[in-house]
Design a protein around this ligand. Structure first.
Ligand code: KG4
Ligand code: ZN
Length: 337
């Protein structure tokens, strides 16, 4: 039987609702970002994010239903991100999902946001288990050996910053706009990655753990050196620093991915998370997959970044495994897979 789920996502700075079917059809996926609200603060402000989610969530759900041409009565379940994330936003989503479930009698499934990202390649590309997932976003960075809808083995991850966070901080250091990833990638296009000698953190240590904070500090030092020597940054300096930084992140991710594939060989390497939108990183990972004889799967950009279609899908997968939540479902700011 084909199931149709509503998905709700509000764990960071995107308010999202989607309607997805168990045959992997996305009937609607609405994402309302909050970039403009947080811009002047240089980062996501949790209280502002939570208020915006409360204001927008029900409108996003209404819009998703309208796009799909459905009403709540046509649904088979409600899936909602129950963590990890900013607790105010998570609670806004969980409360709305509980309200819908209580009012309609629909089953409720609380979804781990990371499982949503990690299962996305099954929604977009229909891949089977097992596979290696490299999850690289603004808040997360980890290698997951995925063997089932709720079976994730962590092979390694960042010991400090997430790569998206590093992209955002480097953009800030260089006076580029937020979110930093796309801005750094655009500047890097006109830059020389070899001009500055930037570190490749943790490559000298065995295993699949990663580190990005030292790389960000190295960019800061080069910037300060240039500012001291020439009174400011020229556009070319900025472009070269962005290219060098991006190349260093790509090198580190590629080498650690090579090790993860060697440690746990699987037929497919998949990526998800906002940083997976980066084309230099994608190309580096494609080469690693080719060398390991694995297929490389990268979902379309709109499904790599935060969205509710992945939550609806993860909810369907969990529901099929027998998972149900009730009115005691609580938001969890920390929720490791
Ligand atoms: O997955 P996501 O939308 O939100 C989190 O759950 O964190 O990821 C957002 C992150 C931001 O840090 C953003 O700078 C980064 O993904 N990002 C990129 C690119 N596009 C977005 N990083 C590098 N290159 C990009 N093209
Ligand atoms: Zn995310």
């Amino acid at each position: 039987m084909t199931l149709t789920f509503l998905g709700i996502e509000s764990s960071c700075d995107d308010t999202a609702a989607a309607i997805v079917r168990s045959d992997a059809t996305i009937l609607a996926s609405v994402v309302a970002g909050q970039v403009a609200l947080h811009e002047s603060f240089g980062g996501v402000v949790p209280e502002i994010a939570a208020r915006a989610h409360v204001e927008k969530l029900d409108l996003c759900v209404e819009e998703a239903l309208a796009i799909a041409g459905l009403t709540l009565a046509d649904l088979d379940g409600v899936a909602v991100t129950a963590g990890p994330g900013l607790i105010g936003g998570v609670m806004a989503g969980v409360m709305l999902a509980k309200g819908i479930a209580a009012g309609t009698g629909l089953p409720l499934v609380g979804v781990n946001h990371l499982a949503g990202h990690a299962l996305t390649p099954r929604l977009t590309d229909g891949i089977g288990f097992p596979y290696l997932m490299l999850l690289v976003s603004g808040g997360h960075c980890q290698f997951l050996h995925v063997t089932g809808p709720e079976q994730f083995q962590r092979l390694g991850g960042t010991i400090d910053d997430a790569p998206g966070e590093a992209f955002d901080k480097v953009a800030k250091l260089l006076g580029l706009p937020q979110p930093g990833g796309p801005a750094v990638q655009a500047a890097a296009r006109n830059g020389n990655a070899g001009r500055f000698d930037l570190p490749r953190p943790l490559l000298d240590r065995p295993g699949c753990d990663l580190s990005f904070s030292g790389l960000k500090t190295a960019v800061l030092r080069v910037r300060d050196g240039l500012v001291a020597a020439q009174g400011g940054l020229h556009e070319q300096d900025r472009n070269d620093l962005c290219a060098g930084f991006q190349a260093a992140v790509a090198d580190v991710l590629a080498e650690k991915t090579r090790r993860a594939l060697a440690a746990s060989p699987v037929p497919v390497l998949a990526v998800a998370g906002g940083v997976a939108a980066n084309s230099t990183i994608r190309e580096a990972l494609q080469r690693v997959a080719d060398q390991a004889g694995a297929a490389f799967v990268a979902p379309p950009l709109a499904l790599c970044t935060d969205n509710a279609a992945m939550i609806a899908w993860a909810g369907i997968e969990a529901f099929r495994m027998g998972r149900r939540d009730d009115m005691t479902l609580a938001g969890r700011p920390r929720w490791p897979l």
